[in-house]
Design a protein around this ligand. Structure first.
Ligand SMILES: Cc1ncc(C[n+]2csc(CCOP(=O)(O)OP(=O)(O)O)c2C)c(N)n1
Ligand code: SF4
Ligand SMILES: [Mg+2]
Length: 288
């Protein structure tokens, strides 16, 4: 991609290898002139404020709990004026925890917006606190001995709102993400994508390996790519890994990240079982 084609300007304050920047660049390729609504998080800092804003599209910075409600209002105002424009909430997984009430409300009302959760599996901007989507047993500043709680499946929860479009995506497979956005933009109503976004400082891996880490997650079955557009299907890249014998080593994925330092073989086995269960219940959606 040429620099002038990207909605993200160079010189922005993200860390090296930041997954949000990859996701935002892909979003800019898929959607024409979107309006972004961004609640607090690393993306707020990356987007910046005038006169040092770094995104070449209009951005509204809003409090956590309001993002989908604000976006729905903007979308309604555009509709009233006959303007065709994608209104997109771009939020983190922490924002999706704290602001869940308005995400759920907008989904129930089928508000005409796209919500993208760029999920780096923790509240990174405030110092790596554990979120609902933090991976099982990951060490964060609020789970220093490894996360003990369950991991919530946000995209499946959104799917169960019976919205017209829901999907998962990964910064390791940006073509797949772009295709999903291109499909989503032509659907009316509430559309949801959870984008898996490995974060080098938060997960403790080298900043040159963001894409590699995202692909490892998919290839070991830990992150499952799927889409619902009226019918549930596993995405092409993830399909082979339905068969657990075809999956790459989960241990290798975990052990290449500092947040799983010291993890035992038994703990890896437990995670393997949790991952397998995740596949099994998604297969139920596939059969519906
Ligand atoms: C209501 C409210 N609570 C807490 C905060 C502090 N805060 C700012 S960013 C952030 C974490 C955001 O995490 P996430 O949404 O996952 O985005 P990331 O930084 O990981 O990209 C928190 C808790 C806030 N701004 N507003
Ligand atoms: S902490 Fe992670 S998500 Fe936040 S700016 Fe750095 S790389 Fe990006
Ligand atoms: Mg986060």
């Amino acid at each position: 991609m040429k620099i002038e084609e990207s909605i993200v300007m160079p010189g922005n304050p993200s860390c090296q290898g930041c997954p949000h920047v990859l996701g935002l660049k892909a979003l800019g390729l898929a959607l024409d002139n979107p309006v972004l609504v961004i609640p607090a998080g690393c993306s707020t800092i990356i987007a910046g404020i005038h006169p040092k804003a770094t995104l070449k599209v209009p951005v509204l910075h809003v409090p956590f709990a309001s993002a989908p409600a604000v976006a729905a209002g903007i979308s309604a105002a555009f509709r009233r004026r006959g303007i065709e424009r994608n209104v997109v909430v771009w939020m983190g997984d922490g924002g999706a925890d704290i602001g869940f009430a308005t995400i759920s409300g907008a989904a129930v009302r089928n508000d005409d917006i796209i919500v993208i959760v760029s999920d780096n599996e923790a509240y990174m901007n405030t110092g790596i606190q554990s979120s609902g989507t933090t991976f099982w047993k990951a060490k964060t500043t609020t789970s220093p001995t490894g996360k003990k709680e369950e991991r919530k499946d946000l995209a499946a929860i959104m799917l169960m709102h019976r919205i017209p479009y829901a999907a998962t995506a990964s910064v390791g497979y940006l073509n797949d993400f772009i295709k999903k956005l291109e499909k989503a933009k032509n659907i009316k109503g509430f559309r949801f994508i959870q984008l898996h976004s490995p974060c080098p400082p938060g997960w403790r891996f080298d900043s040159s390996k963001t894409v590699e880490m995202a692909r490892m997650a998919v290839k070991c079955g830990a992150w499952i790519l799927w889409e619902f557009d009226g019918k549930f299907s596993f995405s092409q890249v993830s399909k082979p890994y339905k068969d657990k014998n075809k999956r790459n080593s989960l241990a290798e994925y975990l052990r290449s990240q500092g947040r799983f330092r010291g993890i035992s073989d038994e703990e890896i086995k437990e995670i393997e079982n949790a991952v397998e269960k995740q596949w099994k219940y998604l297969e139920v959606f596939e059969k519906l």
